[in-house]
Design a protein around this ligand. Structure first.
Ligand SMILES: [Zn+2]
Length: 878
């Protein structure tokens, strides 16, 4: 892609190959900020020195939306001939070898609805500097390889902003005239500007302490609105668990005396790992049983851990440039997934990880927005905070972990920290540390980082009864992606076992009698022979989903039915169940007269329901049908309505056929609210039972609707209440209007709960939902400036298969108009929400036309943001 050129706006493309080290470095930064919602003044003092060997003609400092008030060099006003203002910042002409630059700028936090840089929302001042927000605060070398020590002095009115926070340690505070006060913060660790943060507002604090393995005391502080102080226990517990886990598993301790978390409703992302001062979307901090679901609790545990783990993987060792984003994100997602697996059930965690990967990353990898985990070019880096960089990036780290084993992987991590602590490095440096510590050659593995697309692995096997041997052949191929027509083979670790007809793993002679091994498929095709087997076997391949590939095995339904009952690998057992369901659904999509519940699947469901050994959370996973999106992914052209009908039909059939079992489960699993893993699993299975009963027909359905109503009214926790609400609101029962009104009245003071209220209505699978969403967008509680609220409505709408993809194109047109509006307010969120339109090639001709027309509506928008322009251009290159 040479250039993004839409509606006259040209955005330069940044290329990985063009990287150049900075010619100057900043050693010290001193900021002095007078906070005012409309006119904030920032006085910056930079100590700069040249690191390029030769003098340079000009030095570029990044700056965006800044009003320059004054510029001094070494204490003297800078002559106009010594600098030039440009579109992207400031050029210093013929700069001396070392100097002090002082700048004064004015910025407008309240008008900053993009929520990048310093903004004022909900009465608080907050910052978001990753990736390139710091340049919206002051002129600076805003690039991750520029590490400097920061001191910040914040001034604000004492009554509206009693709390003043920034990175590091608070060194001094004082009062000044006019009811103002100030605080000075100093961060002893040099850091790139993207990790800078400051916060000011009227916040309450929840405090705790943590003693590190070496005996240092760390103050833990969570800053929230006064009324939310009772909802921070899960966040605080998760933080302490994460701190302990990183000491135990990676030998990494926290390094400052204070760890602060601030929660806000106005945030573009999940959370941000600013050094010592994390800023969080309130969704990942606040929870009480009355307002948060079990999955909300789990989300908090994993995001708190993720941001904490960044202190080493991201902050202490940071990125050379933004192309290396997965160096911190893929690695840290892997770390938080492993943390959650250790805290909860490993099998269920892995199923959830893969479900997310398949829902978001596989489609991305198969469409026009496909890009390698380490991209080669971008025009707006905000568009590369993708499932590929995060989730696939985590899978690549997981494969290295699988290939090296736990001990060597830890050695590699130790070496990585030892070599690169305090530096800005590359993915290459990470792999080199892994290689040096393990003495393994990972040169082929590097291709995973540079090659987009999801490899397809075909497996064929045969048992030879005369020789008692099994031969397995694996073949790999990666489909072409934009800009990468030809793909090379990548090394794919395939964890596997062979099961005998009783479902037990058999010893494998080739690996000294062990009953599980990892095969490494490096060529496009390889075969393995397993000799001296006791009898016929069924292969269990890609156990634990050991590589991010699409596996096509040649097993028939009987074999999958067998594995769905007997495989001792939880992921593979679940996968076989999914496989049976997908095959049945695809058959029903192709021919609506096909029975919605074929006998193999029915038997597998029956066996699962009868299996008392299965942990309830895992049982619920086994019995949950694949989503409509995932079924669509298996087709060359997504048959929107037929998929919906087929899945509904299967749900109905399972509900009806097993009505007795579901009713039994629903009553047996009733219990007073508790938060332990077993109780969470039981709740989940019980609510699944209710969903199947409601999907069924006849008297059990009528009874289930009554149960749902009762559950909605009497629930002692949000998980049960929300499931009941969703089932009632989405099943067009005559009570739905009452329930929708009642829910709002009960919870209107809790924004996170009301986000669910919006999302559930926007996700209802009926044509009238479009009209409903129009109403929601003018509801008094809807706010275009709050990303959580916008995502709740527009995100849920775009994920609503039958309404977003309505055959007449009404969903697309409506959606494009809303994104157009959002782009003026928050380009990052607009660009991210618009990506479902990029999938137009997957639909039939009328839908394709309508989706492309929607993209054109957006492309024609005056003042189109760079964020959205890039998504449109890559989605539909003209
Ligand atoms: Zn992260």
């Amino acid at each position: 892609m040479p250039e993004v050129n839409i509606a006259g706006s040209k955005a330069a493309v940044v290329r990985r190959g063009d990287y150049q080290a900075p010619s100057y470095q900043v050693s010290e930064v001193a900021l002095d900020v007078r906070l005012d919602p409309d006119n904030t003044e920032v006085h910056t003092r930079l100590q700069l020195h040249r690191i390029a060997p030769e003098p340079v003609a000009e030095l570029h400092l990044d700056g965006e939306s800044l009003e320059l008030l004054g510029l001094q060099r070494d204490g003297q006003a800078l002559a106009e001939s010594a600098y030039r203002l440009t579109e992207g910042g400031l050029l210093l002409l013929n700069p001396p070898e070392a100097f002090i630059l002082e700048s004064r700028v004015r910025i407008h936090p309240r008008a900053n609805t993009a929520l990048s840089g310093l903004y004022h929302a909900g009465g608080q001042f907050l910052t978001q500097c990753e990736a390139e927000g710091f340049r919206r605060i002051t002129y600076y070398l805003d690039r991750p390889d520029c590490l400097a020590r920061f001191t910040v002095t914040l001034h604000a009115p004492q009554d509206s902003c009693p709390v003043l926070l920034a990175n590091g340690n608070c060194m001094a505070t004082g009062v000044e005239e006019g009811g103002w006060h100030w605080a000075r913060w100093e961060d002893p660790y040099p850091k790139p500007a993207y990790l800078f943060a400051m916060v000011a507002g009227d916040l309450a604090v929840v405090r705790d302490r943590y003693r590190t393995a070496s005996g240092r005391e760390v103050a833990l502080e969570i800053y929230v609105a006064e009324r939310d102080t009772g909802a921070c226990a899960q966040a605080m517990d998760s933080l302490k668990h994460a701190m302990r886990w990183d000491e135990e598993v990676y030998g990494r301790e926290y390094d400052l005396n204070r760890y602060m978390i601030v929660a806000t409703d106005s945030f573009n992302m999940g959370a941000m790992e600013n050094k010592g001062l994390n800023i969080f979307n309130a969704k990942y901090v606040l929870a009480s049983p009355e307002t948060a679901t079990d999955s909300d609790y789990q989300g908090i545990e994993s995001v708190i851990a993720h941001e904490y783990f960044h202190n080493w993987t991201g902050n202490r060792v940071t990125l050379r440039d933004w192309f290396q984003l997965s160096l911190k994100e893929g690695l840290t997602v892997f770390r938080d997934q492993e943390f959650s697996a250790d805290q909860n059930s490993r099998g269920v965690q892995r199923i959830g990880d893969v479900r997310r990967l398949r829902a978001a990353q596989f489609p991305e990898d198969a469409g026009p927005l496909a890009h390698p985990v380490r991209p080669d070019a971008y025009s707006e880096i905000n568009n590369f905070y993708t499932a590929t960089v995060y989730e696939k990036g985590a899978e690549l780290v997981r494969m290295i972990h699988t290939l090296l084993g736990k001990v060597s992987f830890r050695k590699g991590m130790d070496l990585y920290f030892e070599r690169h602590d305090g530096h800005a490095v590359t993915i290459e440096d990470f792999i080199a540390a892994m290689e040096d510590a393990s003495q393994r050659d990972l040169s082929g593995f590097r291709r995973w980082y540079g090659q987009a697309g999801t490899p397809v692995v075909q497996a064929t096997g045969s048992y030879d009864p005369a020789r008692h041997s099994y031969t397995l052949t694996l073949h790999q191929e990666t489909p072409a992606t934009p800009g990468q027509p030809v793909k090379e083979a990548v090394p794919i670790p395939v964890r596997m076992a062979l099961l005998n007809t009783q479902g037990q793993r058999v010893p494998l002679e080739v690996v000294g009698g062990a009953s599980e091994t990892v095969l490494l498929l490096e060529q496009s095709e390889q075969s393995w022979n397993f000799a001296n087997l006791p009898g016929p076997v069924i292969p269990s391949l890609l156990r634990g989903f050991s590589a991010p590939v699409r596996l096509q095995d040649s097993l028939d339904n009987d074999a999958h039915g067998f594995l769905a009952r007997h495989d001792d690998d939880p992921f593979n057992r679940w996968e076989s169940m999914q496989d049976l369901a997908v095959k049945a659904l695809l058959a029903a999509v192709a021919d609506s007269s096909v029975a919605p519940l074929p006998v193999t699947l029915r038997n597998a469901v029956a066996a699962t329901l009868a299996d008392r050994q299965v942990d309830p959370a895992f049982c619920a996973e086994l019995l949950t049908l694949p989503g409509e999106d995932y079924i669509g992914e298996q087709m060359s052209v997504v048959a929107v309505e037929a998929i919906h009908r087929a899945r509904d039909g299967m749900k109905r059939a399972i509900g009806r056929h097993f009505a007795k079992e579901w009713t039994g489960l629903y009553h047996d699993l009733a219990a007073a609210y508790q938060r332990d893993g077993l109780s969470i699993g039981r709740r989940r299975l019980r609510n699944l039972a209710l969903a199947y009963l409601i999907a069924g027909e006849g008297s059990s359905r009528e009874g289930a609707i009554l149960h749902a109503r009762q559950q909605y009214i009497q629930a002692d926790n949000m998980t049960d209440r929300l499931v009941a609400f969703q089932l009632l609101a989405q099943h067009r029962h005559h009570d739905a209007e009452d329930v929708i009104l009642d829910f709002y009245q009960r919870w209107h003071e809790y924004p996170l709960v009301i986000d669910n209220w919006f999302a559930i209505q926007a996700a209802a699978p009926y044509p009238k939902t479009l009209r409903q969403v129009e109403h929601l967008l003018v509801h008094p509680a809807f706010d275009w400036r709050v990303p959580n609220r916008v995502r709740a409505v527009l995100g849920a709408f775009a994920a609503n298969p039958t309404v977003f993809h309505a055959a007449d194109g009404s969903g697309y047109t409506f959606f494009a108009e809303q994104i157009r509006r959002l782009d003026d307010i928050n380009p990052q969120t607009a660009a991210r929400l618009a990506t479902p339109l990029s999938r137009w090639q997957r639909y039939d001709a009328p839908r394709q036309q309508a989706m492309v027309a929607a993209l054109k509506i957006l492309a024609a928008k005056p003042g189109l943001s760079r964020d959205l322009a890039e998504v449109i251009q890559r989605s539909h290159p003209e």
